[in-house]
Design a protein around this ligand. Structure first.
Ligand code: ADP
Length: 502
């Protein structure tokens, strides 16, 4: 590639690996900008060059603009890919990269500013006549002013931080008696977490689906949508399972929402990959927000469209990606993604840390594994506990669903507990199977952690055999996690189908 020869990656884990794969295929050298504890992880081993930009704490490394820019410059990078999370939606970072003479793989800083702040984005959308969740996003940030607005709107309602993200900084209010207290605490938390105390109010939609559209702006300025993803399975407002296309979106609505998504992208002069998020309730759609970056769930769109979004991002940033005039989007089949977290599904999902033992992904046609850690890598408590994503594609949703369950049942992850048993339970739930799940689905049916079934005689036998085997080997589950093996078909020393055991 003419303009990009060395790409610095300001990220870690599976997304860093994903970007390295795309860069390698384009003949671009990669530089991993990593923290002290990420030495030796999969991305560290795969990158052509690496540079440590700071200690484990994110504020000093992955969220430190100067450290990332200096690191990239020191290694001779001509472009920087921010991945997702961390600095990926930070307009100041994009600007600093550009000012330092490098290419930022993402939208222009102005586009990030226009769309990234939720209040600004809603104002832009409102001017264009795009439907928003009813609410208050005015300048009066006094507690009494906000309280008046809340009482006018009615309950339940949700308070959000204008600069918030990642499902954090949101409070749902059911009882007007709580309003004042909740507004104050939301403002305090927003200030602490996002550096701005600006909040806004929205009607809380309690029977809604989360449906989002992938948009992409090419090097010529043309913005197209690349269809939708359904992400209604969420825990604490964070997505766990995503699919493309949505199983429940009527064609007419899909068409309208796709047009709206393209319109927003065009209004912001959008370049590269972005996501326009909506809530859909009773046949009406409402704009939620725009994410000015690649999403965790981008692979499901890639699988149904046969398009590599990360390569397209890099080529666009280099000025070399233009949709052909006769570009036709024709999604094929169905794709599902499950996020694999290192956590104990039987203990309310508390993070599980330790050194990974054997990790085996059951590779086959239509199965894709995006992972940042391999045998011997340590899962620490410094970062998000998502360690991998499993993505499947098949001809239709029923087959894709069966394929996902089978695939998860055959993943082997030793050394940490994982949420795989929980994912399988969700995938088998009638409301997931029939596609009617809303964003309340998880808290309604999976609010309390899973109960481990008692072991059958066969399972007890296998568990004892596995424990005998481990006792003889140098690596034992106990050493890895500091946890005693749990007598459960899912979380014992052996990883039975579906188990993310020690
Ligand atoms: P973040 O940027 O933190 O991800 P979003 O505004 O995208 O926040 O919302 C994340 C999730 O929170 C949504 O997918 C939805 O499940 C829930 N949510 C947000 N706003 C509302 C609302 N007005 N009514 C009901 N649920 C909401």
């Amino acid at each position: 590639m003419a303009r990009i020869k060395k790409l610095a990656i300001a990220n870690r884990g599976e997304v860093a690996v994903r970007i390295i794969h795309a860069a390698q295929e384009l003949g671009i050298k990669t530089i991993l900008l990593h923290s002290q504890v990420d030495v030796g992880t999969r991305a560290f081993r795969m990158a052509d060059q690496t540079i440590c930009i700071g200690p484990a704490t994110t504020a000093e490394s992955y969220l430190n603009i100067k450290a990332n820019v200096d690191g990239a410059l020191a290694m001779g990078a001509d472009a920087v890919h921010p991945g997702f999370g961390f600095l990926s939606e930070n307009a100041d970072f994009a600007e600093a990269v550009i000012k330092a003479g490098m290419i930022f793989v993402g939208p222009k800083p102005e586009s990030i500013r226009k769309l990234g702040d939720k209040v600004q984005c809603k104002k832009l959308a409102e001017e264009a006549g795009i439907p928003l969740v009813p609410g208050y996003k005015g300048d009066d940030q006094s507690v009494s002013g906000l309280k008046d607005q809340a009482n006018k709107m009615g309950y339940p309602l949700i308070i959000k931080a204008a600069a918030g993200g990642g499902g954090r900084g949101m409070k749902i209010i059911y009882d007007p008696k709580e309003t004042e207290y909740q507004i104050q605490s939301a403002q305090r938390e927003a200030m602490a977490a996002f550096g701005s105390s600006v909040v806004f109010l929205e009607k809380y939609l309690d029977k809604a689906k989360h449906i989002e559209f992938q948009i992409f702006g090419d090097s010529s300025g043309k913005v197209v949508h690349l269809f939708d993803r359904e992400c209604s399975v969420q825990r604490r407002h964070q997505k766990i399972i995503e699919e493309a296309l949505s199983p429940s979106l009527p064609e007419e609505l899909r068409k309208k929402m796709g047009q709206v998504a393209e319109l927003i992208g065009s209004l912001a002069g959008y370049q590269g990959a972005g996501t326009v998020e909506f809530m859909v309730q009773n046949g009406e759609f409402y704009l939620l927000e725009v994410n000015t970056r690649l999403q965790v769930e981008h692979p499901v769109t890639e699988m149904v469209l046969g398009m590599d979004l990360v390569k397209a991002q890099i080529l666009t940033a280099a000025g070399e990606f233009v949709f052909p005039n006769d570009f036709v989007r024709s999604p094929r089949g169905h794709a599902i993604e499950c996020r694999i977290y290192a956590e104990d599904p039987f203990k309310d999902g508390i993070p599980s840390t330790g050194v990974l033992g054997t990790v085996e992904w059951p590779e086959a046609y239509g199965r894709r594994f995006e992972y940042g850690f391999e045998k011997g890598d340590e899962i620490t408590s410094y970062y998000d506990s998502m360690i991998a994503k499993v993505i499947v594609w098949d001809e239709n949703r029923t087959r894709a669903l069966d394929k996902m369950i089978f695939t998860l049942q055959n993943c082997r992850i030793m050394g940490v507990y994982t949420n795989i048993p929980l994912l399988i339970e969700i995938l088998r739930h009638p409301n997931f199977v029939d596609g009617t799940m809303t964003t309340q689905f998880f808290s309604k049916f999976f609010g309390s952690h899973l109960k481990a079934d008692p072991l059958t005689d066969d399972e007890k036998f296998v568990l004892e055999e596995a424990q005998r085997m481990f006792a003889k080997s140098a690596f034992t589950p106990d050493q890895a996690t500091g946890q005693a093996p749990v007598a459960s078909p899912w979380s014992g020393a052996w990883s039975q189908p579906g188990g993310g055991g020690n």
